[in-house]
Design a protein around this ligand. Sequence first.
Ligand code: BGC
Length: 258
Amino acid sequence: MARLAIGVDIGGTGIKVALVDLDRGAFASERLRVRTPQPATPQAVIAATAGLVERLRRLPDGRAVALVGIGIPSVVMHGATKSAANIDDGWIGFAAEPAFGAALGLPVALVNDADAAGLAEMRFGAGRGRDGVVLVLTIGTGVGSGLFVDGRLVPNTELGHLQIRGRDAERRSSAVARQRRHLSWKRWAKDLDEHLDTIDRLLSPDLIILGGGISKVADRFLPYLSVGRPIEPAQLLNDAGIVGAALFAGERAGEVPL
Ligand code: BGC
């Protein structure tokens, strides 16, 4: 029987949920999505999430799924959200994990969204079987980072907030920053390259995996990157956040080996 968990990916614009087969790292249901409530306060986001999870919990054979993993764009420490770059400030210092658990009526595992996406890439995507220092960057509204050492996650690295030219690097290297400034892929690649170069000087990763929606069009900007490290586009594309959140719940529960 397949081992299943529900994965939730909370983003700046949408909340996405699916049932995930932990052995295949793939969806085992349709993907449900609602717009992220605005303002994205804890109460509003938790209520919207609970509604989606409830629709997927009950399986056709009557069993109920007991594992739920939730990825969120915040530093997550000991179940509390500690930062809020692209969500409401109400998440700062909020005991989010127990609050989600109370609304859903079952324990949940909360993780940073980029750490979740990274986990999915490491287990089932471009990072599969790769040892050493592997960095997964998710490039979307912000830039998230998931750092792995021999396949184990170093959580909450937040490399989108490295200071470059006096401000957060993600303000120039995110996908939204490219659109906001109406930049060509080539011109934007220079800003991303500067971000990657700064990271490279600090961490010397063996492999950099670039994820987020832009990984679908990697050929438009990869040729312009000059960082002397292997760079690969992510393979799970927009599913990575959901799959990774579910894997995180599974790994925490001891269902999947770390
Ligand atoms: C947040 C991170 C998040 C990333 C991608 C950043 O602005 O600080 O926590 O992983 O955006 O969503």
